[in-house]
Design a protein around this ligand. Structure first.
Ligand code: UDP
Ligand code: MG
Length: 321
């Protein structure tokens, strides 16, 4: 009998929790020789999500939950899920039913065929605006250009992971998590299966453009130091150009006796150099900021309640696995 834990990060998902459970139960009922359990992570919701999950947990033995002390974000929620899930495999799924439960049987089939990481690949991004799609495109392209490994395109967090992958992911304790990249980083045998993203069942998305942009910067700075290298190259190129121009100005002044350089040229060079310097400082700052956050070594999340029990860090039950 295979044991699979379904990890569901929830933030203000009160309206869908119940429906999520019943739809997944229906979709998985036909899978032979497989016991499913659920691990809901309530990421500090402000609505009745916790109550909804408790009701579910009281009614069904295969439902477990973790409640965070506040809203930590989806990445820490998934991490907690991976930390506390047991079983032979886990499935990461959004609570809003955008990830179709009907795909689970196929995922399990591929896992049983020997794949360690079976992930859903979205076939269309039609539900997204043109701007969002263009931004995504740009991100994948630049990531591809500067980084040694290839990010899986259009592959999100909807995936089945073998327990070996889970154990590997638990080793990566970085605070600023770009999970999508971490899945690629750990390696293992991957299988992509296409799926159509459904519109949200209820509620609304928490991702603004600004949040997506910062996720993209997060992705780049956590996986490659190429931008730092770029500033070095840029600096070298600008210095070389400046040297050439200096010679031109000197020769001009000494040979042709024209000591007054043009004001426009001066301004242009000044502003250009100022811009390049600020940009470089900004890039260095991004990395310095990451070093700062990671050096504090704070836990990625804090748990308030685990399966109805108050989680007491002081009593030693708080060690993050
Ligand atoms: N989520 C979370 N913490 C947050 C934001 C979101 O646990 O701070 C969960 C949310 O409940 C959902 C999943 O992450 O199950 C995906 O969130 P959302 O649907 O807002 O993102 P999108 O589908 O637009 O990428
Ligand atoms: Mg969603």
């Amino acid at each position: 009998m295979d044991k699979i834990t379904i990890i569901v990060p929830c933030y203000n998902e009160a309206e869908v929790v119940e429906r999520f459970y019943s739809e997944v139960e229906t979709a998985t009922a036909g899978i032979a020789d497989c016991a499913f359990s659920y691990l809901f992570i309530d990421d500090g919701s402000r609505d009745h999500t916790l109550a909804a999950i408790r009701t579910l947990a009281d009614a069904h033995e295969n439902v477990h939950y973790i409640r965070f002390t506040r809203n930590f974000g989806k990445e820490p929620a998934m991490m907690a899920g991976l930390d506390y899930a047991d079983g032979d495999a886990v499935i990461l799924m959004d609570a809003d039913l955008q990830h179709p439960p009907s795909l689970i049987p196929e995922m399990v089939m591929h896992w049983r065929a020997g794949f360690d990481d079976v992930c859903g690949k979205r076939t269309d991004r039609a539900d997204e605006t043109l701007l969002k799609r263009t931004m995504a495109n740009l991100f994948y392209r630049s990531m591809q250009a500067v980084s040694r490994f290839t990010l899986q395109r259009d592959v999100g967090d909807f995936r089945l992971l073998d327990h070996r992958c889970v154990a590997a992911l638990r080793l990566l304790r970085e605070n600023q998590r770009f999970t999508k990249g971490l899945f690629t980083w750990v390696g293992f045998k991957k299988k992509e299966i296409p799926f159509h993203v459904h519109p949200r069942a209820a509620g609304k998305t928490t991702w603004s453009y600004l949040a997506l942009l910062s996720l993209a910067i997060e992705g780049i700075t956590s996986f490659t130091t190429a931008p730092l290298r770029l500033t070095t190259v840029l600096g070298l190129a600008v210095s070389a150009l400046a040297l050439c121009y200096m010679i031109v100005v000197l020769v001009d002044a000494l040979v042709y006796g024209d000591p007054v350089a043009g004001y426009p040229t001066l301004m242009t060079v000044l502003l250009f150099l100022g811009g390049v310097q600020l940009l470089s400082l900004g890039i260095i700052g991004e990395y310095l900021g990451r070093v700062f956050t990671e050096s504090k070594q704070r836990p990625c999340y804090l748990i308030d309640e685990l399966d109805g029990e108050k989680f007491d860090y002081a009593a030693g039950r708080g060690e993050v696995k």
